[in-house]
Design a protein around this ligand. Structure first.
Ligand code: NAP
Length: 292
């Protein structure tokens, strides 16, 4: 008999972990959910926590993302490796030893538009090798993914530029409304309201392997800001600059790319879920944040 699922969320207090916990408690209250802030690289502590909680599924939302932004990772490389590679792999291995399914909230920022994947062209598939090494954060995530995907009972969800309805400081929309100037390139984005429920379905279904985990299609910063002006703040104004000009104000390069989500869409359809395309999903997110 399949045991009643018991979820342990790693990364207590983090942005996505908090959203996930709220969603689980609201939508499937019958599932037991625990959280932990234990460091992933501490092998004894991780094993002890798994033995104490006895989860059937771990949802890993822990990782070094950088504060105030990803540039932090360029000057804290050892700490980033400790969390994003050593720690995340240790957690994967410990879950494997204890027979626990683990889902990693990973990133699709391991790609950049190239000749075979130009703007408006085919998106990167799960099977494409990472081609973006412009930020140390992305490099650690790419390395981790290639090793972790060897393990059975491991699911890797590649999020990009997440968007939440609460316009949290870490939400892409909030970030770009605060910048003095923004680039204007289409990108894949993850609208959490639409996709976190799919993550829960995939995790509890003990799916494995890598999934590009974004809303279908791509949306540019200008398209997002035009919707922001229309729905939230009619007085809002912004200026654009080029990627070349942006290089002068950031330390690490930023990934710009579109992911192919046909694998995710096909799986979601098995659950009876149709995932809204990026533009529509962003519009609906802004409307919800306005209470519409
Ligand atoms: N936000 C994004 O733009 C974005 C985009 C794509 C993918 N993701 C991925 O999604 C995951 C969650 O992101 P988030 O935005 O929720 O990040 P977040 O708000 O920075 O939360 C991450 C949490 O993980 C904890 N953590 C870091 N290293 C740890 C370790 N070694 N052991 C245990 N806990 C550790 C952090 O605590 P400390 O601060 O104390 O270390 C923090 O509480 C990350 O892996 C991130 O790479 C995020």
């Amino acid at each position: 008999m399949t045991p009643q699922p018991k979820i342990l969320i790693w990364g207590k207090g983090g942005w996505i972990a908090t959203h996930l916990k709220q969603l689980l408690e609201r939508q499937i209250p019958e599932v037991e959910v625990a959280e932990t802030a234990i460091r992933m690289e501490n092998r004894e502590a991780v094993l002890a926590e798994l033995d104490r909680v006895k989860p059937t599924h771990v949802l890993n939302c822990a990782g070094k993302t950088g504060r105030p932004n990803v540039d932090w990772c360029e000057s804290n490389k050892e700490a980033v490796i400790r969390s994003n590679v050593v720690g995340a792999l240790n957690l994967t291995d410990c879950c494997y030893l204890r027979g626990v399914h683990v889902t990693h909230f990973a990133t699709g920022c391991i790609y950049t538009y190239d000749e075979a994947h130009p703007i408006g062209g085919p998106g990167f598939k799960e099977t494409d090798k990472p081609n973006f090494a412009g930020s140390f954060y992305s490099r650690t995530k790419g390395h981790f993914e290639q090793l972790a995907s060897v393990y059975p009972s491991t699911l890797i969800l590649r999020l990009r530029l997440p968007i939440s309805d609460d316009l949290h400081p870490r939400c892409l929309i909030t970030k770009i409304t605060a910048y003095e100037r923004v680039i204007n390139i289409p990108n894949s984005v993850t609208v959490l309201h639409d996709l976190l429920p799919v993550a829960v379905r995939l995790a509890l279904g003990s799916e494995t392997g890598i999934y590009n985990f974004t809303s279908p299609g791509a949306v540019s910063h200008n398209e997002i800001l035009e919707m922001y002006r229309e729905i939230i703040d009619p007085a809002f104004r912004w200026e654009n600059f080029t990627v070349e000009q942006m290089r002068h104000v950031v330390v690490a390069e930023r990934s710009n790319c579109a992911l192919d989500v046909s694998k995710l869409e096909a799986k979601a359809r098995e659950f009876g879920i149709e995932i809204s395309n990026a533009r529509e999903a962003v519009r609906r997110s802004l409307e919800r944040s306005k209470g519409l």
